[in-house]
Design a binder for this molecule. Structure first.
Ligand code: ADP
Ligand code: MG
Length: 697
């Protein structure tokens, strides 16, 4: 955050200066503040209170409720008694008002015994414990009745050595500095249309509120600002694409005819979602500027064939394509699938991963530069380095790697031409989140699943069902089907009752199924070892594969019909859904058993939600409700920014407004060049530029 909130005109502006310009910030304190991400005065001003201590609501003593943190006005009824035990001490007193009385204990504050006198009246604030006569309050804070300090005191996040008082003093010092100028980042039009406070007002009130209303007004403005700046910036990026130069793929009638006959060769007919996804890609190809499209479809919805057909069309029109996968295993699987989908097309398809020999790699690179390879499939690492394309037209990637790929491809390619980008995602993100995560992309949703596909029958079980689960494994393997057993951890951990992959493997391979081929796979294996195991599983040489979540993404083995998840409570709802997508990939009935002994109602609700729903979109919505946005499909890893104020779940109404506002601005000023909108871009780059990792931004 250190160079955020740039003020354009005065670069020596206090906002950008180190907090050491403030009084009483030593180098030692500077280091502590740095741990909170606070380096400049601007960072300090954006250090948001975690909560507020409210002194305004005074509860009658007789109405205090155990468990609450409350403030109350009371008289000290008994002479406070001080007890010392070595270095430790405590003071006990009884406090009362007309409605009742409460015991108070102050630990290790012996000096209070001089200050507190019987008959004195104060405001106390602390955590209430117990109830009725046994009601007590532990080490409450004390305020005089005529104390004029604010009714709401902010509570900041701290780090070792920093106290609330130090942080508060620093913030007070920053705001009382006459050189502090807070730049307004929202256009006046937006502030008035959406009834938002100014930045200056909001930032002052968030630290020094006088009422709950102040906090509300300040929060709303600051959360809106965060959402608005991000969405407006993403829209700007989207608009900016129109000025870039795309590959200009000309779609001729013969090419379209070839596409049709290639589709006709498939052993199945396309779903209407697949058809319309291909249609939208063909429309993209007709553009003069590079497309940037997200194809979003649940696991098993058949995205590979869509990508393969797109790449074939590019090839027939004279352009190369590249498809990138996150792992070597997936890259080789993709290469095999694409090759089989495009069988008979005569196109040359190559696989390039870390596993190929240097000599072979050299050969591939040369062939690629000569334009002899139409479709290159590989992992990102390989493609980033020395690979040059003769004429790259289309780039297929997964969502985690969408950022920066365009630019890198551009740098390695010829001139300023940017290929069309297709981003594949199995993350059924609720609409509201898609705006934030994929705001710079055009989105195609694939809602239908291939027909004839049976829903995976999903059950919950506990460890008492062990023998029934074993019988299920036996039945499926007897039928020649394959089984996944997924465990949350590799090794046994002493303090948790977790069935580690090793223990489970041991039990199954030695005790239960000594005559079956059982294999173990986990993240600590070498890449080569992992792909060997996967290849064996692919060939059908493994009956039961015990693994950690490394199988999570993309593995496609139609013969796998049973998935057992051990300690299912350790997985998120959406993660379980992704795992479940590893089975049910053919016409054979598949099963998923979620084993968990947890009695936590939230866990039970999560697991039954999975038994009830087969659609990823339904599950994602449920996940958003149950766990909040940060957890939906590990959204964090997909580039969800760290907001300081906004909360995507709670602020979904605000998100809608911010999105409308962003639309309103970008519609008339797509390049954000007006006097008032330039700052939007500056702030967007400062706050989110790293995440989007685009040179030039
Ligand atoms: P995902 O969207 O998860 O990447 P895949 O592309 O791996 O899905 O497809 C899953 C499986 O469905 C593959 O085995 C594929 O051959 C099959 N498939 C794809 N499209 C269809 C279809 N229209 N009808 C029947 N099966 C299909
Ligand atoms: Mg896939």
């Amino acid at each position: 955050m250190s160079d955020s909130h740039v003020c354009e005109d005065t670069s020596d502006h206090l906002f950008r200066q180190s907090i050491t310009t403030l009084p009483r910030i030593s180098d030692k304190r500077k280091k502590m503040f740095a741990k909170l991400g606070v380096e400049t005065v601007g960072d300090l001003i954006w250090l948001m209170p975690r909560l507020y201590n409210d002194w305004s609501q005074r509860i009658p003593v007789g109405h205090l409720v155990g468990g609450d943190v409350a403030a109350f006005e009371a008289v000290i009824e008994s002479v406070p008694s001080l007890t010392r035990r070595g270095k430790l001490s405590y003071i006990r007193a009884r406090l009362s008002d007309d409605t009742g009385s409460i015991r108070a204990v102050w630990f290790n504050q012996p000096w209070l015994s001089d200050r507190l006198k019987r008959g004195d009246r104060y405001i106390f604030r602390g955590k209430i414990e117990g109830s009725g006569r046994a009601c007590s309050v532990n080490t409450p804070e004390i305020r005089a009745l005529d104390d004029e300090s604010p009714m709401f005191t902010p509570v900041y996040p701290l780090t070792a050595g920093l106290s609330q008082a130090t942080v508060r003093q620093a913030i007070e010092a920053a705001f009382s500095d006459r050189n502090l100028v807070i730049t307004e980042s929202l256009p006046a039009e937006i502030r008035s249309d959406y009834r938002l406070a100014t930045a200056d007002f909001a930032l002052r009130k968030i630290h020094f509120p006088e009422s709950e209303h102040d906090i509300e007004v300040a929060r709303r403005r600051l959360a809106f600002e965060e959402l608005f700046l991000l969405i407006a910036g993403l829209r700007y990026m989207k608009a900016g694409r129109r000025e870039e130069c795309g590959p200009n793929i000309e779609l001729t009638q013969p090419v379209l005819k070839r596409l049709k006959s290639q589709i006709d060769r498939l052993p199945y007919s396309l779903t209407s979602s697949q058809e319309s996804a291909i249609e939208s890609i063909l429309n993209d190809f007709r553009l003069t500027y590079p497309a940037n499209r997200l194809i979003q479809g649940d696991v098993g919805s058949g995205k590979t064939v869509v990508a393969a057909m797109a790449m074939a069309v590019a090839a027939w029109s004279g352009f190369q394509s590249v498809m990138m996968a996150p792992t070597t295993i997936l890259a080789s699987q993709h290469a095999e699938s694409v090759a089989s989908i495009l069988e008979g097309s005569g196109l040359s398809i190559a696989l390039l991963t870390g596993g190929v020999t240097a000599a072979r790699k050299r050969l591939l690179i040369d062939a690629l530069a000569e334009g002899e390879i139409d479709i290159l499939i590989g992992t990102h690492a390989v493609i980033e380095k020395d690979v040059q394309f003769a004429k790259l037209g289309c780039c297929v990637t997964d969502e985690q790697h969408r950022f920066g790929v365009r630019q890198r491809i551009k740098l390695s390619g010829d001139g300023d031409i940017i290929p069309h980008m297709l981003v594949m995602s199995a993350t059924p993100i609720p609409r509201t989140l898609a705006l934030i995560l994929y705001g710079e992309l055009d989105i195609t949703e694939m809602k239908d699943m291939p027909s004839g596909r049976k829903d995976v029958k999903t059950y919950t079980a506990t460890s008492r069902d062990r023998s029934r689960i074993d019988r299920l494994i036996e039945r499926e393997t007897n039928l020649g089907h394959q089984v996944f057993v997924v465990c949350p951890m590799i090794e046994e951990s002493p303090e948790l009752t977790i069935n580690s992959a090793e223990t489970v493997f041991d039990r199954l391979s030695r005790l239960v199924f000594p005559d079956r081929r059982v294999a173990l796979m986990h993240g600590k294996l070498k890449v080569k070892e992992k792909s060997d195991v996967m290849r064996e599983f692919d060939r059908g040489d493994i009956d039961i594969l015990v693994s950690t979540t490394v199988i999570e993404v993309g593995i496609d083995q139609p013969n796998a019909t049973l998935l057992i998840v051990e300690n299912a409570e350790r997985f998120g709802l959406s993660q379980l859904h992704q795992l479940r997508g590893r089975v049910g990939r053919s016409l054979i009935q598949s099963y998923c058993v979620l084993v968990s002994d947890s009695e936590d109602p939230l866990v039970r609700r999560r697991l039954t939600a999975l038994c009830r729903n087969s659609s990823g979109f339904a599950i994602a919505e449920e996940d958003l409700l149950l766990r909040g946005p940060g957890d939906v499909f590990g959204v964090q890893q997909h580039g969800l920014p760290d907001f300081r104020v906004a909360n995507l779940y709670e602020d979904s109404a605000l998100l809608k407004e911010a999105s409308n506002a962003a639309e309103q601005i970008v519609r008339v000023d797509p390049h954000l060049i007006n006097h008032e909108t330039r700052v939007i871009l500056t702030e967007f780059k400062a706050r989110y530029g790293d995440r989007l990792a685009r040179p030039g931004l």
